[in-house]
Ligand binder design. Structure first.
Ligand SMILES: Cc1cc2nc3c(=O)[nH]c(=O)nc-3n(C[C@H](O)[C@H](O)[C@H](O)COP(=O)(O)O)c2cc1C
Length: 405
């Protein structure tokens, strides 16, 4: 029998459990991506009901979306009378992806002449729109006016992105990434208990260069910091993520600042925390030492027997010394259960909270999708147990809110 921790590790956090999402698909070339969006929403635990415009039927069959959603697909108000009222009444969120210039114009003007636009006007919950079109259409003042009108009503926008467009041109108008649309829907149904907070999160490793070819670094993948940034954004915070080199994708809705060395990370953290940050969460694994000299050309190995090193600047100490300092949360990665050292580190560096993790434990520390931490703060401590990094991120933010309120 598989042990419970192994089972736990395989479980993905389902952020839309017991939620019901209405997906409106309008007639843009990106409509084929709706099938993937349905699958991802369902993967996150949601039930999905699809409504399509007549133009959308030209791009993707209702059968594909019926199979993906395992639900009836609605294409007309007359298909099953009154579904335009009962479906919105039962849904937790509505997402329109792709949203054409035409559907956005109709929604902005209260026109209700098909199942999608009629259900929209009957719906009272959060709505996410993912516009996708040619750049000149997107930039047209009439389109922009319509979009602004919808946004002023609290409707949330995700994308579009820049890149190559289906029409063969380059520009702004690509449908947002499906994972970003899902994240925007998750945020739409999540209590915004961090609204008004500006959170600076660091993540990943730093690189301390010896010459243009070699550097000293560490095993940090950035996953813990990225999970924190994603969780904070989902809960309504304004998030700046300062990351060393990682292979991870920028989380939706987060400002990403890429850095390389510890010195560069320090500069960026100082700049960002001075812009009114309420919290700094230092999940990055910052190098403690850097080569004393950084050569402009490759150092010949014959010319070197040992490497002279200097200490790098301490980022937390430098922010803790600022006159108007944010709430500071640090991390202590240890090999072994040295929790006492983590507590002392919190006090010595004047942090408000420290997250202790023993990287030698199974499923904890670098590169994994899970972690197992102890949260220490000035009032006490709490063990999270082995959980996904996304869940640990929420636990850290929960504790922060408990202390602050
Ligand atoms: C091949 C093709 C691709 C299209 N792609 C888009 C698009 O990406 N975005 C858009 O706003 N309109 C696009 N259109 C135009 C819409 O299909 C058209 O405006 C239609 O009236 C939209 O109807 P709906 O909003 O009810 O779905 C495209 C049309 C064609 C023929």
């Amino acid at each position: 029998m598989r042990n419970s921790s192994a089972t736990r590790r395989k479980q993905k956090l389902k952020r839309l459990t017991n939620k019901s999402v209405l997906l409106g698909v309008s007639g843009g070339i990106a409509a084929y991506k709706a099938a993937d969006l349905v699958r991802r929403l369902k993967d996150d635990g949601s039930s999905v009901t699809v409504m399509m415009t007549e133009a959308a039927l030209k791009f993707i069959t209702p059968l594909s979306l019926q199979v993906a959603s395992q639900n009836t697909v609605y294409t007309s108000v007359f298909q099953e009378p009154l579904k335009h009222i009962s479906l919105p009444a039962q849904a937790d969120a509505m997402v329109i992806a792709p949203a054409t210039a035409n559907i956005i114009a109709k929604l902005a003007n209260g026109i209700a002449d098909d199942i999608l636009s009629t259900a929209f006007i009957a719906f009272r919950g959060p709505v996410v729109i993912a516009p996708a079109m040619n750049e000149r259409m997107y930039e047209h003042p009439l389109f922009q006016e319509n979009l602004k009108r919808l946004l002023s009503l609290g409707i949330r926008q995700v994308g579009p992105e820049s890149g190559s467009l289906a029409c063969g041109e380059e520009g702004t108008g690509r449908l947002a990434e499906v994972s970003d649309i899902v994240d925007a829907v998750v945020a739409a149904v999540t209590p915004q208990d961090l609204r008004g907070h500006k959170i600076v999160v660091t993540a990943g490793p730093t690189r301390e260069h010896l010459d243009p070819i070699r550097f000293l670094s560490n095993r940090s993948s950035g996953k813990m910091g990225f999970s924190i940034a994603r969780a904070a954004r989902k809960r309504g915070a304004e998030v700046v993520l300062i990351s060393g080199p990682t292979a991870l994708k920028r989380p939706w809705g987060v400002v990403l600042k890429q850095t390389d060395s510890a010195a560069e990370m320090l500069r960026t953290v100082k700049e960002e925390t001075k812009k009114g940050a309420t919290v700094l969460i230092m999940a990055a694994a910052v190098a403690d030492f850097r080569p004393r000299q950084q050569a402009g050309i490759k150092v010949d190995k014959g010319a070197m027997n040992s490497l002279a090193m200097d200490r790098t600047e301490d980022i937390i100490a430098s922010v803790a010394a600022q006159k108007k300092r944010p709430f500071i949360i640090g991390f202590a990665a240890e090999t072994g259960g040295n929790q006492e050292r983590a507590k002392q580190k919190m006090q010595r560096k004047n942090m408000d909270m420290i997250i202790f993790n023993d990287v030698t434990e199974e499923g904890a520390g670098f590169e994994t999708d899970t972690n197992n931490v102890v949260i220490f703060d000035r009032k006490g401590s709490a063990k999270t147990g082995l959980r996904s990094k996304d869940e640990i991120a929420d636990a850290i933010l929960d504790r922060y809110l408990e202390i602050k309120t």
